[in-house]
Design a binder for this molecule. Structure first.
Ligand code: KG4
Ligand code: ZN
Length: 322
């Protein structure tokens, strides 16, 4: 008997089959990157329409790859918040229809809690509670204290843009495609992170665990198109790589500073991380260094469990088993 999990919070249509032992029997993700690339960001209406077309084939593929019949599905789980409202509705409608036709329970789960539950899938009992949780994605940059897989206490979050949004917009300014994070990461490999120093807003404010990225975004823009100038500057390849590297350095340090502060403030020595931006190698290695400095265990899932997927919907077993 298995769980069918469905995930359509943003621009990935995903379905997974997970056993009660939390074994991922299949995990299928259909990315819509190519549909949104020309807009350099997710267009909600395009996302919703693509989910409608893809959701049933993706669910069929997930059951097929898991080698199970629909009659073996014991419960249906679906991410119900937070996300784009149109996208969420498609996943929820599909989940409701399947649960009702199979006469099995329907469980709605929180997408951010699920991002952190990916650590439970990857590391099992190494994720001890209470722990600190960091979600860094295209829509969120948030810190939590986790008292259990499904009990999250907010410690802080971004007061403006998410860090992934900053990666995507800086990529757009540099003429790179969408999603921008992986492309900035690649370009940054050839650049000098110390070529210039971008601001790290709020990073030195030890009174709060909030983040801010909009000023960093603007600072990059002013380097490319100085205020008052008629035109944007024409950048050399070296300058573009340096800008990408210096931006990434500032973004990574801004995130890591607050994780360090959260460890100090809470005394928790276990940190679970998740969300698309935690696929970034510079961030992963900076978090590992932070862990060594604070003698904390930093749990970073494999990249396919960092970006949006439905396997993390395994969190629904925690609701069922309760
Ligand atoms: O978690 P996710 O797949 O979807 C949301 O819930 O938002 O995160 C997507 C975000 C995008 O902003 C994307 O540019 C960013 O994660 N991202 C990265 C990397 N891979 C994905 N950012 C930096 N470096 C990466 N390697
Ligand atoms: Zn996400």
């Amino acid at each position: 008997m298995s769980l069918l999990a469905i995930e359509t919070t943003c621009d990935e249509t995903a379905a997974a089959i997970i056993s009660p032992e939390r074994k991922i029997l299949s995990s299928v993700v259909a990315s819509q990157d190519e549909l949104h690339a020309r807009w350099r960001g997710v267009v909600p209406e395009i996302a919703s329409r693509a989910h409608v077309e893809r959701i049933i084939p993706i669910i069929d593929q997930a059951t097929h790859e898991a080698g199970i019949q629909k009659s073996q599905i014991k419960a249906v789980a679906v991410a119900i918040r937070p996300g784009l409202i149109g996208s969420l509705l498609i996943g929820l409608s599909a989940a409701k229809a399947i649960a009702s036709s199979l006469r099995v329970p329907l469980i709605g789960y929180d997408h951010l809690a699920a991002h952190l539950y990916a650590c439970r899938l990857a590391f099992g009992e190494e994720l001890r509670y209470p722990a600190i949780g960091l979600v860094a994605s295209g829509g969120h940059t948030s810190l939590f204290q986790l008292h259990s897989p499904i009990t999250l206490q907010a410690l802080g979050s971004t007061i403006d843009d998410a860090v992934g949004e900053a990666f995507d917009k800086v990529a757009s300014m540099l003429g790179l495609g969408y999603p921008g994070g992986p492309q900035i990461e690649k370009l940054a490999e050839h650049g000098n992170p110390h070529s210039r120093r971008f601001p790290r807003p709020l990073a030195n404010d030890f009174s709060r665990l909030d983040f801010s990225f909009s000023g960093l975004k603007t600072a990059v823009r002013y380097q490319i198109w100085p205020p008052g100038d008629q035109h944007a500057r024409t950048l050399t390849d070296e300058e573009r790589a340096d800008l990408a590297a210096a931006f990434q350095q500032a973004a990574v340090e801004s995130v890591v500073a607050k994780v360090g502060l959260a460890i100090q403030k809470t005394g928790c020595r276990v940190v679970a991380v998740g969300g698309g931006v935690t696929a970034n190698k510079a961030l992963r290695s900076a978090l590992e260094d932070l862990g060594k400095r604070h003698r904390a265990t930093i749990l970073i899932p494999p990249t396919e469990l960092c970006t949006d997927n439905a396997a993390m919907g395994a969190i629904a077993w925690e609701h069922i088993d309760r």
